[in-house]
Design a protein around this ligand. Structure first.
Ligand code: 4AD
Ligand code: MG
Length: 465
């Protein structure tokens, strides 16, 4: 099987023996002495391995001197300890096979020079080849695996919740419709409305905005569960932290209140950042150097700090008295914007903040009403540099209160009959949260736009590739 370059560079292969590596050329450098140096990477780690290619090779003139950044090669040679600075090992090549040249290297978009992040975004199908694209991908993978590992070790069951749904979990009306109806020939009811009874599912359906309502059903039977999958929002927000398609991790815990959910969220964030600091030191060093000088310190400080916990009402007091003028003025009852969230997490506390007990009118129907009758047991976790990274709540487990909230929000009880059943049959206090996975990756890499931490971003007017 193919040998991974990370294993070679970390000393897992014996030196002074023959080895074959497969990969792509990052750079080629020719010395006057008639040798070429190829830096070869295969995505398994940040670093490339250097192959020293002597001009004596049969295909030196015909192939090696035509090799450019991006060419695919198979190199066989002797693995030796590297006398130079940098890598510990290099390969004295005895054979270099070029599997694929780069046609017309002058116009190859990913040629070795540095690219702007916007340029890379326009070449999403090629950007995984860049240092940045590779590093983001490895960190993203490390975070995803750490999330599964953390929840698995704590006894959470991973539930696959549906992507196609009939309910709007967040009630924000930001759903993409799923339909097989013929747009040119829409079936109509007697009243002239589109007749969704004739649609594939016999009703109007959408791409899900959250797996929460579905995962609650499993929580109310299996206690500790989570869902981790894509979610979709047709919100027309052209910001650096919104995507139309993003991934969300949603743990749901039975017999648990809001502070249990906050504890789990804090422990999970620390666990996954610690994992990435350990597993991806190479990529983080790159981010630190190229993207954000504070990223490693920031991750360490999250791992080592206690998250501030603060009531919404107290946050409003802080914001009202901080002496700063915000674009959107604050007063009790308003929803917080990213400028407020960032002020709290960056300037005021300079660390993650769990903000809780929001006014009920700015939150979803399913959040548990507090005894004061005007706030709900909701929480948002705000992180410096990005703002809201997690949103969660204790769920309303009392059927009468839930019904009252549905009515207040003009939601039809009958649409939620299955959800109400959970409250009718053996109801329990339960809580959970949703972690926006791209915001997590952005935070862990210092990359400032979530579009650059998902392989193929979906945003308004952008669904190419
Ligand atoms: O705060 P939200 O809307 O919460 C929910 O969907 C709950 N049902 C979750 C739950 O309790 N199980 O979304 C949760 C998180 C946000 O904090 C944010 O990190 C991320 O999802 N998020 C987005 N990320 C990228 N693009 C978007 N358009 C996002 N909208 C939310
Ligand atoms: Mg939210």
């Amino acid at each position: 099987s193919v040998i991974a370059i990370t294993d070679v560079l970390t000393g897992k292969h014996p030196v002074d023996q023959e080895i074959t590596v497969h990969g792509w050329v990052r750079t080629r450098r020719d010395s006057k002495a008639g040798i070429s140096f190829l830096a070869i990477h295969d995505g398994s780690c940040f670093d490339a391995i250097q192959a020293i290619v002597p001009s004596e090779l049969d295909n030196y003139q015909s192939d090696i001197l035509k090799v450019t950044t991006g060419a695919a090669v198979v190199v066989t040679g002797t693995l030796v300890e590297s006398p130079g600075q940098g890598q510990a090992f290099e390969i004295q090549a005895t054979k270099v096979e070029v599997l694929g040249f780069v046609e017309d290297p002058d116009t190859y978009p990913m040629a070795a020079k540095r690219h702007s992040i916007e340029f890379l975004r326009e070449h999403a199908h090629l950007r995984a080849r860049t240092n940045l694209g590779g590093a983001v991908t490895r960190v993203r993978n490390s975070l995803a695996q750490a999330i599964h590992r953390f929840l698995h070790e704590k006894g959470y069951l991973w539930i696959s919740t549906p992507l196609i749904t009939g309910s709007d979990c967040e009630g924000a009306g930001e759903m993409f419709r799923v339909s097989t109806l013929d747009l040119e020939n829409l079936p109509r009811t007697d009243k002239g409305e589109v007749d969704f009874n004739q649609d594939f599912f016999g009703k109007e359906t959408f791409l899900t905005v959250s797996g929460q309502l579905n995962v609650e059903t499993y929580c109310c039977a299996l206690s500790k569960v989570y869902t981790f999958g894509p979610t979709f929002r047709a919100e027309n927000s052209n910001t650096s932290r919104h995507l139309a398609e993003f991934w969300m991790v949603e743990p749901e815990i039975a017999f648990a209140d809001l502070s249990d959910a906050a504890d789990l969220a804090e422990e999970m964030l620390k666990y996954v950042f610690k994992a990435v600091l350990e597993e991806r030191a190479d990529d983080l060093a790159f981010f630190q150097q190229r993207v954000d000088k504070t990223v490693i310190d920031r991750l360490n400080s999250v791992v080592n700090s206690d998250f501030v916990r603060l009531d919404y009402t107290d946050a409003i007091t802080i914001l009202e008295n901080c002496g700063k003028t915000f674009e959107n003025p604050v007063s009790w009852g308003v929803d917080l914007n990213s400028e407020h969230e960032r002020f709290l997490a960056e300037e005021h506390f300079n660390g993650p903040v769990v903000l809780k007990n929001y006014p009920k009118d700015i939150k979803s129907f399913y959040m548990r009403l507090n005894d004061d009758g005007k706030t709900v047991a909701a929480m948002d976790i705000l992180a410096p540099g990005i703002g809201e990274i997690i949103g969660g709540s204790q769920r309303e487990e009392r059927l009468d209160v839930l019904d009252q909230r549905l009515a207040e929000m003009n939601l039809d009880k009958d649409d939620y009959s299955w959800y109400r059943d959970l409250r009718k049959y053996g109801t329990v206090p339960h809580s959970g949260f949703g972690l926006g996975f791209e915001r997590l990756v952005a935070y862990a890499t210092g990359v400032s736009n979530v579009r650059d931490v998902i392989p193929f971003p979906r945003t308004p007017n952008n669904a190419s590739f």
